[in-house]
Design a protein around this ligand. Structure first.
Ligand code: PLP
Length: 384
């Protein structure tokens, strides 16, 4: 029977972000005082001291700001990319601050995609890319997880308009080489397509192996770079992100910002602009600690015979549940309900990833992570 007041079909067909859905279950269990080992969160908890808000420009902080973002913050971002990644961005014309990089990614896609256009996405995919593409009436073309950079060309069609590159990668932890990026830019240019480089974990690479996509395409002819303050500064709840690209494309994003959000929270923009260097100095040693922890967590995974996709950065591992016969959703649900260990089911990361789970080690100490790995091993063995 036809509903009397039908809702939008495209939004109706969208699925919840599986990581957020599982983390909502965790919040509910925690509220019942269940001791959950949380390996499902998409962030690392940094110890970030709270500075005073009293010296921020009052009453300016109460009001809308420039819809590109306040100049001081845009300049801080441009300085960061110049200092750390040797990329030149004009903060006046090539950059927009948004409400988290989630909005930056969505608005960038909206600026380039027409209905029916295709977007190539390599699995495991960050959960929101395919849903955002579908919300725009475009078509995600998924590359299975066991494809490599050289396989992208096989997925190009006359409708290809965008290739998404997440570097460093959530959840693999992989960092792309410059040669791989040059290859990808060649594929995109051959197809007349854009590259959307999501660099949300840029600051988590300590060995100098990270190259911003903007270095490979310095004129930003067909490259859009999105980044986030959530992960690099450990302040995900403040919802600050940004996008930079060539000025005419950024102008389109600016219009979307104006019509959908106006600007990110003015008070938070002033705070982050004022304390940018301080935040970086505070977070850097904690990122160093996380990199050390990554090696220990990798050793624990090996000790428990848990396979994972290769990667060297971020606070994630994409761990295999093979040879368990459970789907990743069943596996993660049983692990949470019976063992009180929260991971994110691999199915949320693409159709080829149903025998995986995402493990984040950013919020739990090593002893609890080891105890959780023992439980994961036990559940795999009990269900193979
Ligand atoms: N991109 C990737 C790869 C992510 O993992 C996330 C968050 O989980 C985001 C973008 C969005 O981050 P935010 O909207 O907090 O900036």
């Amino acid at each position: 029977m036809k509903a009397e007041f039908p809702l939008n079909e495209v939004v109706g067909a969208a699925i919840e972000a599986v990581s957020i859905r599982f983390n909502n279950l965790v919040y509910e269990l925690k509220r019942k005082n269940v001791d959950v080992t949380v390996l499902s969160l998409g962030e690392a908890y940094f110890d970030v001291p709270l500075r005073t808000f009293d010296d921020l420009p009052f009453p300016t902080i109460y009001h809308y700001s420039h819809s590109r973002g306040i100049p001081e913050l845009r300049e801080a971002v441009a300085r960061h990319y110049s200092r750390e990644f040797h990329v030149d961005v004009d903060p006046a014309t090539q950059l927009v601050m948004t409400v988290g990089s989630k909005a930056a990614i969505y608005f960038s896609m909206m600026a380039v995609l027409n209905p029916g256009d295709e977007v190539i996405i390599h699995e495991p995919t960050w959960v929101s890319y395919p849903e955002q593409v579908k919300l725009l009436g475009a078509k995600p073309v998924m590359m299975p997880y066991d494809c490599g950079v050289k396989d992208y060309g096989r997925f190009v069609t006359p409708r290809t308009k965008l290739i998404i590159v997440n570097n460093p990668h959530n959840p693999r932890g992989e960092v792309l080489s410059r040669a791989d990026m040059e290859h990808l830019l060649g594929v995109a240019r051959g197809a007349g397509a854009f590259i959307l480089a999501d660099e949300a974990y840029s600051d988590f690479v300590l060995d100098g192996s990270f190259t911003s996509f903007a270095r490979v395409d310095p004129e930003l002819r067909n490259t859009i770079v999105c980044n986030s303050i959530s992960k690099n500064f450990g302040i995900s709840g403040w919802r600050l992100g940004y996008v930079f690209s060539r000025a005419d494309l950024i102008y389109q994003v600016l219009k979307l910002n104006q019509h959908v959000v106006t600007c990110p929270a003015t008070i938070l923009q002033y705070y982050v602009a004022k304390h940018w260097d301080d935040l970086q100095k505070t977070c850097r040693p904690q990122i160093v600690e996380l990199a050390e922890k990554r090696k220990k967590v990798a050793a624990l995974l090996e000790r428990y015979g848990l396979g994972f996709l290769p990667g060297s950065s971020t606070f994630y591992f994409f761990v295999s549940s093979s040879p368990s016969k459970l789907s990743s959703e069943e596996f993660a649900t049983r692990l949470l309900k019976e063992d009180h260990v929260a991971v994110v089911p691999g199915s949320g990361y693409g159709g080829s990833c149903d025998s995986f789970m995402r493990v984040s080690f950013g919020t739990e100490p090593l002893e609890r992570i080891e105890a959780a790995f023992a439980k994961i091993r036990r559940l795999i063995d009990a269900t193979k």
